[in-house]
Design a protein. Sequence first.
Lengths: 368, 126
Amino acid sequence: MNIKKTSLNNLHIKYGAKLVEFAGYQMPIQYKDGIIQEHKFTRSHSGIFDVSHMGQLFISGGDNLTNDLEKIFPADLKKLKTNQSKYSFLMNNKGGIQDDLIITKISDGFLIILNAACKYNDYEVIKAKLDNQYKLNLDESLSLIALQGPEAKNVLNKVIPGCDNLKFMNGNNYVYNNEKVYITRSGYTGEDGFEISIKHSDAETLVESLIENGSKLIGLGARDTLRMEAGLCLYGNDLDNETSPIEANLKWAIPKSRIETEFVGSEVLKNQFQSGVKKLRVGIKPDSRVIARGNTKIYNDKNQEIGKVTSGTFGPSVEHPIAIGYVDNSYSTVNTKIFLEVRGKKIPANICNLPFYKKNYVKGEINV
Amino acid sequence: MSEVKYSKEHEWIKLDGEEATIGITKHATEMLGDIVFAELPEKGSNVDKDGTAGVVESTKAASDVYTPVSGEVIDTNQMIVDDPSKINEDPEESAWFFKLKIKDKSEMDSLMSKEEYEKFAKETSA
C-alpha cells in the first residue's frame, strides 16, 4: 500500500519535520525545535497539529437516524443539541472498545471523528449496523487541523473572526477564504483549542496564517506527551477491543440515561456497572526518573504481577516520568505503592490521579 | 596525545594513556531527540567490548549505550544523570558517560576514525 500524504505534507517538509509512517500516512513526528520545546510551546502559546489522517464520517438521512445511532453508540444523542459534541465509543458485543470517537450533531445529521488506524474498519462496522436508508460519507476531501493552547483562541480569532464564541465541545460553521469551514472547540492536549475541518486546497494557507499570527506546527511526538499528561487515552495503547469503557475509567462518558437501554455491548457494560470490573486504568508516577513504557509489567509489594503499563513517557510540563496503565482493581486506589519492572529492576512507583497536568478547557453551560 | 575513535553504535571514545572516556556522538543525539533519562554503569564494575553499559531515553524511546572497548569503570558523569538535557547540548565534551581503565588497547584498532564515522553516519541515516 502506498503511504498517503496529507494536504500539509509540503509544509511539514518546509518547516523541517522528521516524517514517519503513522496509520498509513506520512506524518511529522517532530519539527526542528524537538518534542520538549514543541510540547512546552503548546502549553504556553499555541500549537498547530495536522490531524488530517483522522476520519471525518458524515452520516445523514432518515428521521430515525438518532434512534438507530443510539443502538450503536452509548451516548445520549437525543439530548445532543445541534453543534454539540460528545466523546463516545464504538464497541463490540463484549463491550470492548473498537474505537474512541467524538460525535457532533450537525444540521443534517452527525459528524463522527475517528482514529486514523480504525477509520475504514469503523466505516464498515457502522454501515453494516445501519439501515441502507442512511448516507455515510467518510469524507477524504477534507483536512483536519487542530490548534491547541492558551493562545489558540486569539490566534484563530484573527484568522477566522468569531470562533472564540464557541464553548468547549461545541462547534459551528464559519467562512474562510470564501469557503465553509466547520470548527469545534475541542482537542486532545489538555489545553483549550479548536479543530478545524477544511477543504484540502485551503489547509496550507490557513496554517501559514496561523503561523504568521504566532503559532507553530507541532508533531505527533509532542501530541503524545501532551495527551499523556492530560490523562487521555491513545487507541491501540490504552484502549483496545479487549477493554471496556468502564475498565478504561471512562465511565463518565456513558450517561446514566443510557445504562438501562440497548446498544452494542450494553449487556456487558450494565453488568460491569453493577458488579464492578477486575482491572482499572490508572495514572502511575515512578518515584525516580526511570521511564516505564508501554508493556512494562506492574507488581505489588509481594512480587505478584498485578497489571501492565500501556503508555509511558517523560512529561515535559510536569517534569517527571508519567505512565498510564491497568492494574487489578484492588490496587487502583491513589497512593498505592506498586513496582514497575524496567530492564530487570523493580522500580517503585505510586498510583496517582489523572490527569497529571490540570486541564485548561473553556467550559460552557453544558459540560461533558 | 589522546586518540578519538568512533563505534558503529554511535559512541565516541577518547584514549589518554590507559584511561578511556566514552560518550555518545552528536549524530546519535540528533537521531534520539530530547534526552530525558540516562543510566550509567556502576563504578568498579567491569564491562566487555560491545556489551551494554548504560541507557539513554528520549521522550520517544529507550536506547542502550554500548561500550566500544572492555575495561573497569573508574568514573561516571553524574551531571548527565541529574540533567540529561546536557547530553543534547554538549555530547562530545562535557556530557561524557563513563571512564574506563582500558583492558586491551588493540580493541581500539577496529574502531572508526572521525572521517570514517562521519561517512558511516551519513550513509546509515540516509
